[in-house]
Design a protein around this ligand. Sequence first.
Ligand code: 4HU
Length: 455
Amino acid sequence: VNETTRAGRSGSISSPPHQVVDYSQKVDVNPPKGTRDFPPEEMRLRNWLFQNFKEVSQLFGFEEVDYPVLESEALYIRKAGEEIRDQLYCFEDRGNRRVALRPELTPSLARLVIQKGKSVALPIKWFAVGQCWRYERMTRGRRREHYQWNMDIIGVPDVTGEAELISSIVTFFKRIGITAKDVGFKISSRKVLQEVLSFYSVPESLFAKACIIIDKMGKIPMEEIKKELELVELSNDAIEDLLQVLSIKSLTELEEKLGGTGEAVSELKQLFSLAEKFGYSEWIQFDASVVRGLAYYTGIVFEGFDREGKLRAICGGGRYDRLLSTFGGDDLPACGFGFGDAVIIELLKERGLLPELPLEIENIVCSLDPNLQGAAAMVASVLRGKGQCVDLVLENKPLKWVFKRATRINARRLILVGSAEWERGMVGRPSIPSVPITVVSPQSPSLPTTSSTID
Ligand SMILES: OCc1cccc(Br)n1
């Protein structure tokens, strides 16, 4: 069936790529708005960051997974008024399917867990590092993509799950030089809100919407918050009481307000007790105003923040025990977090903690005679066969150029394959102050694998 027929039957089709490109107009060499290139230096920093994400995840016994960056739009169509829904990067593909660039990874995880069903043993402990997208009006100049590290535990109903996840993030922070003086975690539970709303007989169906509105506290004027809460049928008494509870900053005060028999207080007390055993009490604080902006959280929620208050949330997560059933699966207890790749880099810059990650190539090999390019290739292959990294000079270049390149790539050794030397053995050449030189010849029984300076 061709596109035309489909258009006739089902309305619009996605527009085919432009057939004619006007090459007189220079192509815009910048990446699309809100997106980034990763040239080598930035890529080394990104790899360093992701390597730390992965090593911590594996230290905690998590397995790596990944999902398509393109998912069915249906995974993200939730009716709670989330920002993530308003900014969905969605379109209709050429098969008339509604698809979206994933704005987060958790729904993909839920989809895969349902797909795997009983074939995966519980508890599931999976991690992923994946690019996520949002289509935000560029007037705010914010990015439209970022990479997110996620760790999720499926099948553990106790707050030991959340305690383990927070421990993994603390471990990550410590690895990159961030301390509890730089960063903390605000911790609360949506069950706090639930207990207040149920006291005012607010129907369960409005719970998620109320959470999304409350998450805007501090981002929009309080009067607007109250108006939006009134729109979801909260009485003035309920709103006033809710806002008072949300200002509570201690578990003792929360217990005085809610009583000590509810799940919210008992789970939070258990989490703070576990934090002491894990050894990260100095990193966490109770803060009832934390609700997070995703509709599916059902219990403990937490977010990492910079104590100087200059940056947006560094990471966030919580419990989401009823996400699977929203996709038609059987519910399983679940908790997880998302950790973006941008704010953490801003924080490291602020604290002067960005790592030095220079390009380092062990060897640069160069033939001094065009007829010895093959010999130089042989030398490079032998070294590479020994696991040595080699930059092979591929053209007939003057030595000055070679020395300059050797210095630029931080070569630990410059190997010159010269005709006279190749025939007769080894003679030295003045070494570049910072780059030892080794000259090899066919008589060399085996190429030196340790650098030596020859005068
Ligand atoms: O923080 C939410 C989010 C989702 C996708 C892309 C970007 Br940038 N930010």
